[in-house]
Write a protein that binds this ligand. Structure first.
Ligand code: HEC
Length: 111
C-alpha cells in the first residue's frame, strides 16, 4: 500500500475512533502494542517479527486466509504454540471495541 493511502486509512480509523469515543484509535494501539513484532507497516519484518516468522499483512494471500473472527480471537486470547506463549492475550489491556478496531486496521495493510 502506498504511504499516503495508509495515512488516510489511519486518520479515518482515528476519526472514527474519536467519534465513537473509543479509548484509543487502532493506529495508536497498533504502534504501542503490536508494531514491535508485526511492524509499523504490518509486514512483520522487525527483529522479533523475523524470529517469530510473522506473516506479511500487506500480502493479499495472507489476508485471504485470515478471518475477521480470527483477528479478534487471536488479539483477545493470544497465540500459544507448543505450550508456549507466542503472542500474549490483549484482553486485559484493550477493550473489546479497541480489539475489534484492529480488523479494519489490519485489513488496510493490504496492498
Ligand atoms: C511478541 C510479539 C507479538 C506482539 C507484540 C503481537 N503479536 Fe500478533 N502474532 C505474534 C505471533 C508469534 C503470531 C503467530 C504467527 C503468525 O500468525 O504470524 C501472531 C499472530 C497474530 C494474528 C493472527 C494471524 C492469523 O493468521 O490468524 C493477528 C491477527 C495478530 N497477531 C494481531 C496482533 C495485534 C492486533 C497485536 C497488538 C494488539 C499483536 N498481534 C501483537 C506475535 C506478536
Amino acid at each position: 500500500m502506498k504511504a499516503h493511502t495508509k495515512i488516510i486509512a489511519a486518520s479515518l480509523t482515528f476519526l472514527l475512533g474519536s467519534a465513537l469515543g473509543f479509548a484509543a484509535p487502532a493506529a495508536e494501539n497498533w504502534d504501542n502494542h503490536c508494531a514491535k513484532c508485526h511492524g509499523a507497516d504490518g509486514k512483520g519484518q522487525t527483529k522479533v517479527g523475523k524470529k517469530l516468522k510473522l506473516k506479511d499483512y500487506t500480502d493479499a494471500a495472507v489476508q485471504a486466509k485470515m478471518t475477521d473472527e480470527e483477528i479478534i480471537k487471536v488479539t483477545t486470547e493470544g497465540v500459544m504454540a507448543d505450550g508456549k506463549e507466542k503472542m500474549k492475550a490483549f484482553k486485559d489491556e484493550l477493550s473489546a471495541d479497541e480489539i475489534k478496531d484492529f480488523v479494519a486496521f489490519i485489513r488496510a495493510f493490504k496492498a
